[in-house]
Design a protein around this ligand. Structure first.
Ligand SMILES: [Zn+2]
Length: 408
């Protein structure tokens, strides 16, 4: 049967097996690279094309369908007339798509898997799932809301209502166990202790103070330094310095006479007390020995009371001094008067209340007597006088003997 090759397609035209049978090729229908050839026209379009027994060019909705095999129920790939591209596994309805969703936007409604991700020319997620080249990350709707991190290393936490905080939770806990929170007064609080019994041991206050509400402890085991703000006793606050051998306690006694004390907490002995008491003869300092017995005190007048002996090194008394020098020294010391006072305080030689630093040497030379020198000079004088008395007794005894001989 003669075959008439068409130069244009009409509705209902079929590239039939007749053509295959006659020509064994369709080169006369499909142009080679140097030809131009029109298949169909604006009103008459090829919309069904069977290749390998499968309809490849189908309905107006999906003009292009790619099947893997004739038994495929759905095309492996199809392109809709809207530009939508869809894929299937051949048996089910196409379930993966890719399309233009708006101006300059390519979209899929399904998961997208890729080896790595580049944005605007830069890798932001590498094939090993490292993320970088990120300018900023924000969990809010703008760059400065929610939690934001920028590429300069700044982390910011924003809250539209209430004060932002960081909670630390352990798996299974329904409420926070520990929290760092910014307060409305711009302070920062550190809360611990678990839900229902939260404590705030540390507040970094807006005025720059670090405020501890509990004890401050350096090392929880001995050796330990512990600053206690309260105590069941009346002694507070107090500082404890502890090593395995001893615990020293420095603190304040809240009594009628506020007292600072140093205490041997291991043996429960006071070692030093500094008291505030302005009454006459009131003790100002009080020392205790290792057994807790009082050994020395200093009162408000400056009087020193010691329970033991007073020892000092020998004062420098000139070797050349004779009995007359001793007597002159003692007279000079005895002639010194008590320094004048006003309101219990010494008056300086310049008239000021309290002894000036620059006049202290002069003041002491005028008023202070040298106890140890007096003691030594007195002793030397006694020894000298005793020697002289012995010599006199010897002379008297000799004279008495001679007188008896003369009389006899
Ligand atoms: Zn003075």
């Amino acid at each position: 049967m003669p075959v008439t090759h068409k130069t244009t397609a009409n509705s209902g035209d079929v590239i039939s097996t007749d053509i295959w049978n006659e020509d064994h090729s369709i080169t006369s229908l499909i142009p080679d690279a140097n030809d131009t050839y029109t298949i169909g026209n604006s009103t008459n379009r090829w919309h069904i094309a069977y290749i390998n027994q499968i309809n490849m060019l189908n309905t107006p909705s999906y003009p292009l369908n790619i099947y893997e095999q004739a038994t495929d129920s759905y095309p492996r790939l199809r392109i809709a007339d809207t530009g939508l591209i869809e894929w299937s596994d051949g048996s089910g309805v196409p379930d993966v798509n890719l399309y233009r969703s708006g101006t300059n936007v390519l979209k899929t409604d399904d998961s997208f898997a890729c080896f790595s991700l580049l944005v605007n020319g830069a890798t932001v997620i590498s094939s090993t799932r490292s993320m970088y080249n990120i300018q900023s990350i924000s969990l809010g709707s703008t760059a400065s809301s929610g939690v934001s991190i920028d590429n300069n290393g700044t982390i910011e936490i924003w809250k539209t209502s209430g004060d932002p905080y960081i909670d630390f939770k352990t798996s299974g806990e329904t409420n926070y166990d520990a929290r760092i929170q910014k307060q409305s007064d711009h302070s920062l609080t550190f809360e611990v202790g678990g839900a229902g019994s939260l404590k705030t041991p540390l507040t970094l206050a807006a005025n720059g103070n670090a405020e501890f509400s509990g004890n401050v402890i350096i090392s929880s085991t001995s050796p330990m330094l512990k600053l206690e703000n309260t105590s069941s006793s009346s002694a507070f606050p107090r500082l404890e310095i502890q090593n395995p051998a001893i615990t020293w306690r420095l603190g304040l006694l809240y009594t009628n006479n506020p007292t600072f004390f140093i205490y041997d907490a291991t043996r429960s002995y006071s070692r030093l007390e500094i008291l505030y008491d302005t009454s006459s003869n009131a003790t100002q300092f009080k020392w205790y020995n290792s057994n807790g017995s009082s050994v020395m005190r200093l009162d408000i007048e400056g009087d020193l009371w010691i329970d033991g002996e007073y020892n000092t090194y020998s004062p420098e008394i000139p070797e050349s001094w004779n009995q007359k020098d001793y007597v002159n020294f003692l007279k000079q010391q005895l002639n010194k008067s008590h320094p004048p006072r006003k309101d219990g305080k010494k008056i300086c030689i310049c008239g000021k209340i309290g002894v000036c630093e620059e006049h202290i040497q002069e003041f002491n030379e005028k008023y202070a007597i040298n106890i140890s020198s007096i003691a030594v000079v007195s002793a030397k004088l006694i020894v000298d006088l005793t020697n002289k008395i012995e010599q006199l007794e010897q002379r008297l005894s000799e004279l008495e003997e001679r007188l008896n001989q003369t009389v006899g």
